[in-house]
Design a binder for this molecule. Sequence first.
Ligand code: BV8
Ligand code: ZN
Length: 250
Amino acid sequence: MEIPSALRNALKHASMVTAFTGAGISAESGVPTFRSAGGVWKKMRPEELASMEGFLRNPVLVWEWYAERKRIIADVQPNPGHRALAQMQDLFPRFEVVTQNIDNLHRRAGSRVVHELHGNIERNYCMACGRNFSNEAVLAMEGVPLCIECKGQIRPDVVWFGESLPEDAWEAGVHAAEYADVFFSIGTSAVVYPAASLPVMARRAGALLVEVNPEPTPLTPDVDVFLQGAAGEVMPAVYECALRERKDKR
Ligand code: BV8
Ligand code: ZN
């Protein structure tokens, strides 16, 4: 893939690079996205499933949905898109991943600085006493998982609609947007807020804004560089380009 000179040049001189990612970067690992073809939300509305109201109204259905996703995520591997980001982090003084994904694949690929804006599906906690439970523990429980300590309801440690994002992850995400010299928006439809406000925040603060997606999104008109394609193909090419541009810096 041809890397435009604006991006080649920015990669050559960047001291901080931020990669903002969504479900699309995990699609090639076999993790279903939300809104593109075959997305899990094609069948049901997100607010029904990924919200406290939906959970309290129908905990069995919501737990079935999360149990299914937990089983999928337990079996998948990071793909070349995740791995390219893990390789890129060693080429720059600062390199941070800010993800909306809850699948833990960036860390499993070797990324060291990962801010999880929407939580992590491998973690669960009791809503009454806060005790943590692993997926192994909750998936072994019959029916709706209840806390072994206090019988309170256990929920996945993810951010539902209408819930605020974890303070530390959001602050870190804003910082990573404001100080980035190059900000990649990879595999996200850029419709879920406040996460979707980070790319424009980065551009306003002076970053070169790069989007990686097989198709245009509501963000595309605002980006400096649109690399149309799958993350698993584009990001390895971006890594090779950064390696070439910065070889005399090592
Ligand atoms: C908040 C965790 C307030 C759970 C998720 C009306 C009613 C109610 C709420 C709202 C409303 N209007 C606005 C809101 C706010 C709402 C929101 O933005 N809704 C949207 C839908 C309109 N946001 C919230 O509620 C947030 N909280 O605002 O709280 C508040 C404020 C202060 C104090 C108290 C309260 C919370 C949002 C978090 C919701 N949780 N997930 C779970 O996963 O079960 S959101 C969910 O969507 C995932 O995190 C996902 O990451 C995120 C975004 O989706 P994407 O990652 O972009 O995935 P998507 O499928 O959409 O797109 C995939 C893209 O990849 C596509 O573009 C595709 O082309 C591309 N692709 C495909 N293949 C590839 C690829 N790209 C590259 N390579 C490929 N191979
Ligand atoms: Zn408890």
